[in-house]
Design a protein around this ligand. Structure first.
Ligand code: 5GP
Length: 213
């Protein structure tokens, strides 16, 4: 399937998407594909205290902060949500998300399940999507396939993956990433369908339904 998405999918009222999944489930690839296909959805750049990786750019992939600066922002109430993942802190800056939504833009947060729960509690209209592997065994072999990590690290990652997956039942949508092409189509279908909801498109109702008074 090749999905053709044009600017007519832009709603009056922006949508807030939350995407969560254990590491190794391919969620970053799904998100990158979707954002390059569907116009008018902005990726929310998180703040983190983890070290910058090769190929990453400060301000594009993350806002890389030291721990005191992260804590200052957290204590000042500047974060919509935050969580500790592995040994690092991650958080979503509140102001850019609120400003974009108020301007009618849609936003996508790629965050862990602790953060997803905090956002849903504050903004129940947010749409949450969990990316699952087909089986835990396939996730293990994907993690092993990277061939860089010791058995101990793989066991820890699998445990952390299971801790995320334990919460998948509270998400609005589940996408199983077995075949990347299928999962990508399914993921984009969810985003597009949500953008087309009539309750986000009041200007179209007004345009086509004559005012009888
Ligand atoms: P990585 O360090 O591999 O980029 O991300 C590790 C984990 O942190 C991923 O599960 C990712 O979804 C999560 N994460 C990234 N940004 C945020 C954030 O702003 N908030 C929360 N709660 N988790 C995040």
């Amino acid at each position: 399937m090749s999905l053709n998405v044009d600017a007519w999918t832009k709603p009056d009222q922006g949508a807030l998407f939350i995407v969560t999944g254990a590491s190794g489930t391919g969620k970053t690839t799904l998100v990158k594909r979707a954002l390059s296909t569907i116009p008018n959805i902005q990726f929310s750049v998180s703040a983190t205290t983890r070290k910058i990786r090769e190929g990453e750019i400060d301000g594009r992939d993350y806002h890389f902060l030291d721990i005191p600066e992260f804590e200052r922002r957290k204590d000042a109430g500047e974060l919509l949500e935050w969580a500790q993942v592995y040994k690092n802190f991650y958080g979503t800056l509140k102001a850019p998300v609120i400003e974009a939504l108020n301007a009618g833009e849609s936003i996508l947060l790629e965050i862990d399940q602790q953060g997803a729960a905090q956002v849903k509690a504050q903004m129940p209209q947010a749409i949450s999507i969990f990316i699952l592997p087909p089986t835990m065994a396939s996730l293990e072999s994907r993690l092993r396939g990277r061939n860089t990590d010791s058995d101990e690290i793989i066991a820890r990652r699998l445990k952390e993956a299971q801790d995320q997956i334990d919460h998948c039942g509270s998400f609005d949508y589940l996408v199983i990433n077995d075949d990347l092409e299928s999962a990508s189509d399914q993921f984009m279908s969810i985003l597009v369908a949500e953008l087309l909801k009539s309750n986000r498109r009041n200007s179209w109702v007004q345009q086509f339904v004559p005012n009888k008074e």
